[in-house]
Design a protein around this ligand. Structure first.
Ligand SMILES: [Zn+2]
Length: 510
């Protein structure tokens, strides 16, 4: 029997920390459910002490996930550990993940602690964690820049204190395959008790080596890989789940290991994440990029027709991509639409299906063929509407300098119209929205892309807008790009207003 590798997914924690990837509670839950279908063994749901919102998100995920383990992250501090324990205690199989840095550079400049103090803190943290939650993972932050002898000492302390999993992260994305191999070999053979625990590898991709480093760590004896969907994460990201899993699957001769990932769920997971966060997947991204299975060169195409093995090392079907995308049209009906959404990995309520169906018909009127990617965008924008305070009725703009916009919004039965000028039509439309709602939003990020190829493509707009010092994301979609952008801006505003109202009511009741 080949060795089993545990897949520890940190899309909801390390991934969510990457700029532009923040998710609300509902989005986290939706992504978590998909990650469970994907077959991840452990889901790291967040860093509970970071904020109340983060705590609630982790607790929600812990409550809905039944099969996978759910991990919560905590620094090696009693307050962090207790808070993390509270947030994950509702999980069927909770894991408390605590960490402290072990490199001299972190000890000196960040922690301002001596090596002895860190040993003591690690010991205390693991013991406290273990007393609260049955399974504990300990991470020696910045392992790959730590003194090897000292690292083995810290690991021994954590094992003696009861840690079940020891993670040796390449926090700054600095190591190389040969070096990480040597590090794991050294620690596993020099830390007494290492045979009792599971070793884990967590890598960052600053030098593009994260996947290679994870595989080298496995060769050296690690049996858990920490990774994220689409490789999202701090800076250049983490080990990409789909790449490391497909490397093991495709090169079983080199990596004779098994894992529980249902590879056919990879594409769905990747697209869902991209839609929720608005983070675009590069066209040439291995496994999940638009072009990952597209063969352009004539000589390749010719070879493929003769025999797929000539140029194809893995099939698109094996990662859940169909060679031809299913197309829906006006006559697909409500039932066909609901079925397709389910196949794409979205669990929608009856009410959401009804709202979606209306939009779908509207789009099918303007665009003959509705592709999977169109549907994904419609679903995300429909979900955003659960926060709806203002509804966009109309937006009209004229170019020129300055550009002018007329915006008509509806709130319940009331209608509001205002005009504004700005630097370009999108800016003008956002200003008009601000005037109506009496707010002052600061657009921090704005991206626009076509959901599908073609002149009649559905334009998908993603924004991050700051209202009163807090950033909200919004998504909008329309075959008209100004309308898509205005909708995205309005959806961010609606989230802000919905939150403000809920806080106002909370204040009243207690
Ligand atoms: Zn990390």
């Amino acid at each position: 029997m080949p060795d089993r590798i545990e897949i520890f997914d940190t899309t909801l924690r390390d991934g969510e920390q990457s700029p532009g990837a923040s998710m609300n509670e509902q989005e986290k839950v939706q992504m978590a459910l998909q990650l469970e279908r994907l077959g991840a063994d452990i889901l790291e749901a967040g860093f509970p002490v970071a904020s109340q919102q983060e705590f609630d998100g982790v607790r929600k995920v812990a409550g809905v996930i039944k099969k996978a383990r759910v991990a919560g992250l905590a620094r090696a501090l009693p307050g962090d550990i207790e808070r993390a324990a509270q947030s994950i205690e509702v999980a069927e199989r909770p894991v408390l993940h605590t960490f402290i840095a072990t490199s001299d550079i972190h000890l000196k400049h960040k922690l301002r602690m001596s090596r002895e103090q860190v040993l003591e803190a690690a010991d205390k943290a693991v013991r406290l964690a273990k007393s609260l939650i049955g399974r504990v993972e300990f991470s020696a932050e910045d392992s790959t820049r730590s003194d090897l002898e000292y690292l083995a000492q810290v690991v021994q302390v954590a094992i003696d204190a009861g840690a079940d999993v020891i993670n040796l992260p390449d926090t700054v994305g600095y190591t190389t395959p040969d070096e990480i191999y040597a590090m794991f070999r050294y620690v596993i053979s020099n830390a007494p008790g290492s045979e009792k625990v599971l070793f884990s590898s967590h890598n960052h991709n600053d030098l593009g080596l994260a996947v290679a480093n994870a595989l080298a760590a496995v060769r050296a004896g690690a049996r858990q890989i920490e990774c994220t969907v689409n490789g999202i994460g701090e800076r250049a990201g983490n080990t990409s789940l789909e790449e490391v899993v497909m490397a093991m699957k495709t090169r079983r001769d080199q990596y004779p290991y098994e894992c529980g990932i249902v590879t056919e769920e990879i594409t769905k997971s990747s697209r869902l994440l991209s839609n929720i966060t608005g983070l675009v997947i590069p066209y040439n991204k291995p496994v999940v990029g638009r072009n990952a299975f597209a063969h352009e060169a004539g000589i390749h195409q010719h070879g493929l027709i003769a025999n797929r093995l000539t140029y194809e090392i893995m099939t698109p079907e094996s990662v859940g991509r169909s060679r031809s995308e299913l197309v829906l049209g006006k006559h697909s009906g409500r039932h066909g639409l609901a079925k397709r959404c389910q196949e794409l990995g979205y669990d929608l309520t009856e009410q959401e299906i009804s709202q979606l169906y209306e939009k779908f018909i509207g789009l099918a009127d303007r665009k003959k063929e509705v592709f999977d990617d169109d549907l994904r965008v419609l679903i995300v924008t429909t979900r955003d509407e659960s926060f709806e305070v203002y509804h966009l009725e109309q937006v009209r703009t004229t170019g020129g300098d300055p550009a002018m916009a007329l915006v008509k919004l509806r709130k319940g039965k009331q209608e509001f119209v205002d005009t504004a000028t700005g630097d370009g039509p999108v800016d003008a439309a956002c200003m008009a929205v601000d005037r109506i709602a009496g707010v002052n939003g600061r657009l921090q990020e704005f991206s626009l892309r076509a959901a599908t190829p073609g002149k009649d493509a559905l334009g998908e707009a993603h924004v991050a807008v700051e209202f009163n010092g807090r950033a909200y994301t919004g998504t909008g979609a329309s075959t008209d790009i100004i309308e898509a952008a205005t909708q995205a801006y309005l959806s961010a505003l609606n989230k802000h207003l919905a939150l403000r109202e809920s806080q106002a009511t909370e204040g009243k009741t207690g």
